[in-house]
Design a protein around this ligand. Structure first.
Ligand SMILES: [Cu+2]
Length: 287
């Protein structure tokens, strides 16, 4: 009897919390002018027809469903899919000026990547890939969407040239579409808090190469790894994340101070060869 009551209680809470959230996104094209104004052709999923290099960040609870409407606001066809999630009827191809609608349930805790799956990985590498965080956390969450950029390659893709990647050697590296020092003005990715707080960092690698994130000053604990579920609960200071993989980590600061956090592959802390741009940030912990 007690068991039945508990079970009933759990299902009641679940059914109350599970909601359908409407998300309307536009695939826009534009230009990225990071570091030294390279005018890199770019596409992104944005919450309006206004282009920005930051792809929309979606944060939902476990058990929620997202009712997506995805518009293609570009002159090229684009796609829509979600890594490690079954998208009913997907993956989708969306003609220029057209749109699709699809409801996608998210049953499990974690971080997921929605992306342009058409002409993969070429169109995704133009920038069109964003974050869906699925959790019931009440802690502060910081989002890192990591990409790298190669202007000749992006230019070729927009001109219809889909040669396989050979000697991939990108020049620009971004977190949420910006490069250090602009990263430090980005409250979405800048890790700040008080001693003893639990700070959640949601990291997605939507680029084409591994990024290994090194925290100075603190260790953190993996609570979700899309690639290596057995790594959950590991406590360490460096977190390699391969392309199209995601990770959630919990950081509980034990002292005040400002500490660097950056890609340990140091080429990624440059922009067109200029140091220190790219994937570099400062953690700021206060009393
Ligand atoms: Cu370091």
């Amino acid at each position: 009897m007690k068991f039945t009551l508990i079970l009933f209680g759990v299902f009641s809470i679940w059914s109350v919390r599970a909601t359908v959230l409407v998300e309307e996104l536009w695939i826009n094209n534009g230009v990225s002018n990071i570091v030294d104004s390279p005018e890199i052709p770019y596409t992104a999923f944005n919450p309006s027809t206004e282009f920005e290099t930051l792809n929309a960040i979606l944060n939902i609870s476990v058990g929620d469903t997202i009712a997506f409407t995805i518009h293609n606001n570009d002159s090229l066809s684009h796609g829509f899919d979600i890594k490690n999630i079954t998208v009913p009827g997907g993956p989708y191809i969306i003609a220029p000026g057209e749109m699709i609608t699809v409801e996608v349930p998210f049953e499990n805790y974690g971080a997921y990547i929605y992306y342009d799956a058409y002409n993969y990985p070429h169109y995704k590498s133009l920038g069109a890939a964003g974050t869906i965080m699925v959790s019931n956390t009440t802690h502060s969450v910081f989002y890192w969407n990591m990409k790298e950029h190669d202007k000749p390659w992006n230019t070729a893709i927009t001109e219809g040239d889909f040669e396989p990647i050979v000697d991939y050697d990108p020049f620009y590296f971004t977190i949420n579409g910006v490069s250090n020092p602009e990263t430090q003005a980005d409250p979405i990715s800048r890790i700040t808090g008080n001693v003893g707080d639990t700070l959640v960092v949601c990291i997605v690698n939507t680029g084409q190469m591994t990024h290994s994130i090194h925290f100075h000053g603190f260790h953190a604990t993996i609570t979700y790894s899309s690639e290596n579920p057995s790594h959950v609960n590991r406590e360490k200071d460096t977190f390699p994340i391969q392309e199209m993989q995601t990770m959630l980590i919990y950081l509980v600061p034990d002292k005040i101070g400002k500490y660097p956090v950056h890609d340990h592959n140091l080429v990624a802390t440059s922009g067109n060869g200029i140091y220190a741009n790219g994937m570099f940030h400062i953690i700021d912990i206060v009393e």
